[in-house]
Design a binder for this molecule. Structure first.
Ligand SMILES: [Zn+2]
Length: 358
């Protein structure tokens, strides 16, 4: 059958059908491509937007707690170095007290802090509210996140106070006081280590002590002799002592001299109860009386008293006398430059200063 034998009506229908199908197919493919392009474009934009929002940065952890995120490590180091530099002068060691960690990662730009913001977070002593893993951490007021611990060495000159020593002198009466040495403070150099947290002193450790100058103790002589003024003053007329017991013009004066104007002929009395063991002239002493105690007086076993340069002796050898009894009168016999009583005392065999006993 010849194609031209087909009726034009059917041919026309066939052509129209073919054209319609092609157009539909073309339209469908085109629409699909358009949709694909649309989604691809959006996705691309999305990706592009995402890559703008995230970037490499570093997170700072103190004691495993996230404190903040900054762009790079050198910002962290700058902030830390600036803080440490405030304390570095004259320090032996300076460091942060807390454990610090820096972690690299990709973070959202909204989380990234500026340098001054990080500085404020780490070192400002204000209340901070940190949110980590949906848990809120409240740091109390005046609590820095990072604290600077530093140590310095100091030399201190310290005065060493002198001691006061009281030396008891048995042959001086109670009440006797004499400063033998005034005393002087010593000096020592202390080398110590001081540890501070921020600016608060936490610990002091003494490293070395060097004594530059030893102190000189103050020495006070204190009389410890129990005074026993139980003996009677031998010259009632006067108590004026013209020459003391002790060294006098290079010689030892074994007693005291008692004298005053018009002392001549005034009565001399026995200083204690006893027996007259001498009542005569003695070379140098002139007219002299000596009495020995016959009873125990206080704690003393034996008291011997001597009265010299007398004018008139009114007792005899071996005579018993009572304390206060007249035994002689004042004169200037023997080696005497003027009328006076030379009075000596011997207690338990020892020549003593009579002033402590009468
Ligand atoms: Zn004398």
């Amino acid at each position: 059958m010849n194609i031209f034998d087909v009726k034009p009506k059917f041919l026309a229908m066939f052509l129209f059908f073919s054209y319609s199908m092609s157009a539909f197919a073309f339209f469908f493919v085109f629409k699909n491509r358009e949709a694909e392009n649309f989604y691809y474009k959006n996705f691309k934009e999305e990706i592009s937007n995402c890559s703008h929002d995230f970037k490499n940065a570093v997170a700072i952890y103190v004691e495993n707690k996230l404190i903040g995120i900054v762009e790079n490590e050198s910002i962290v180091n700058d902030v830390l170095d600036n803080e440490l530099a405030k304390y570095k002068k004259d320090t032996i060691s300076v460091n942060f007290q807390e454990e610090l960690k820096i972690v690299n990662g990709i973070y959202h730009i909204s989380e990234i802090l500026e340098k001054n913001e990080l500085q404020e977070k780490l070192f400002k002593t204000t209340k901070l509210n940190l949110k980590e893993n949906n848990i809120e951490h409240n740091l109390s007021n005046n609590d820095r996140i990072l604290n600077v611990k530093y140590t310095i060495q100091k030399e201190k000159s310290i005065s060493i106070p002198f001691k006061i020593l009281e030396n008891k002198i048995p042959d001086k009466p109670i009440g006797f006081k004499k400063i033998e040495c005034i005393g002087k403070n010593g000096k020592e150099l202390c080398i110590q280590e001081e540890t501070y947290i921020n600016d608060k002193l936490e610990k002091t450790t003494l490293l070395e002590r060097k004594i530059i100058q030893e102190p000189i103790d103050k020495v006070i002589l204190i009389g410890s002799q129990i005074q026993n003024k139980k003996l009677t003053w031998p010259l009632p007329f006067t108590k004026r002592i013209t020459s003391k017991f002790g060294i006098r013009s290079g010689k030892f004066h074994k007693g005291i001299d008692i004298a005053d104007a018009n002392v001549i002929n005034k009565k001399i009395v026995a200083s204690h109860d006893g027996i007259i063991i001498f009542a005569d002239v003695c070379r140098g002493y002139g007219n002299m009386v000596k009495i020995i105690s016959n009873n125990k007086i206080k704690n003393y076993k034996k008291i011997v008293s001597l009265y010299a340069h007398c004018k008139k002796i009114s007792v005899k050898n071996g005579q018993l006398v009572k304390a206060g009894q007249e035994i002689a009168t004042v004169g200037c016999t023997g080696h005497s430059k003027g009328c006076h009583l030379h009075f000596e005392l011997e207690i338990d065999g020892k020549n003593v200063d009579p002033i402590n006993f009468i």
